[in-house]
Design a protein around this ligand. Structure first.
Ligand code: 2AM
Length: 224
């Protein structure tokens, strides 16, 4: 029999070290608790519950997704287009199992997802596939996505609402970034200890950290 080709993973990405993962889980849960108690948030809680005057417990609302990571390339075990080409890139091979530092610059919360926005370095962008920002998104669904800088979709999914797939986090992030750049300014802005909180309508919240949070991570792959 022919030797089998090595199987491709479900996805490649940067994985937070386990001690970092614990820290991030705790601090981001703290943020959800804070957000939950803000009057500005309570006013829009119906965008999460679908019912007026119903409170939402954000800590229960999102199911945590582990291992915490920033996906670079979704391969679907080779079924995703371009997966093999990505796996064969020299930079992917050379970077495999190496350490890096992810810079987390903000958090997003929407009725669908909870995520951390990652700002990529030039070196990290070499592992970010060309066109990955808008992959799987019809242009008509996100007008303005072309104008965002490469790597804008980079994020760590922290949690998803029941029945929502993790892939949604990147789409929600892009939508928020487009809204932020647009003419429509954020409806409400609040200064928190962590940074500036903006409301962008339809249950979309963005917290821009005062200072980026650096997270130790390893470039690797994941298969179930
Ligand atoms: P995420 O990167 O937003 O968290 C396994 O499903 C992982 O691959 C998740 O981390 C998920 O989303 C990511 N993923 C799933 N489908 C994807 C797609 N079509 N494009 C990019 N990333 C995807």
């Amino acid at each position: 029999t022919q030797p089998k080709e090595p199987a491709l993973p479900l996805f490649y990405g940067w994985f937070l070290l386990s001690e970092v993962e614990e820290k991030i889980k705790c601090s981001t849960m703290e943020f959800l608790k804070t957000l939950d108690t803000l009057e500005a948030f309570k006013k829009h809680a119906n965008e999460f519950t679908g019912a007026a005057d119903k409170e939402v417990d954000l800590e229960q609302y999102f199911q945590i997704q582990t291992p915490l990571h920033c996906t670079t390339r979704f391969c679907d075990y080779g079924k995703a287009e371009g997966a093999k080409e990505y796996a064969e890139l020299q930079v992917v091979k050379d970077s495999y199992d190496t350490a890096t530092e992810l810079s987390v610059v903000g958090l997003i919360v929407t009725p669908r997802t909870f995520g951390a926005r990652v700002s990529l370095t030039t070196e990290q962008l070499a592992l970010w596939p060309t066109g990955a920002d808008k992959e799987g998104i019809p242009e008509a669904d996100l007008p303005g996505v072309e104008a965002l800088p490469e790597g804008s979709r980079a994020h760590v999914t922290l949690g998803c609402a029941a029945g929502v797939e993790a892939v949604q986090t990147g789409i929600d992030l892009l939508e928020i970034l487009i809204l932020q750049q647009g003419e429509e300014k954020a409806a409400s802005v609040e200064e928190l200890e962590l940074g500036t909180l903006s409301y962008l309508g339809e249950g979309r919240w963005y917290l821009q950290f005062r200072e980026a949070v650096t997270c130790d991570a390893t470039f690797s792959s994941f298969s179930e």
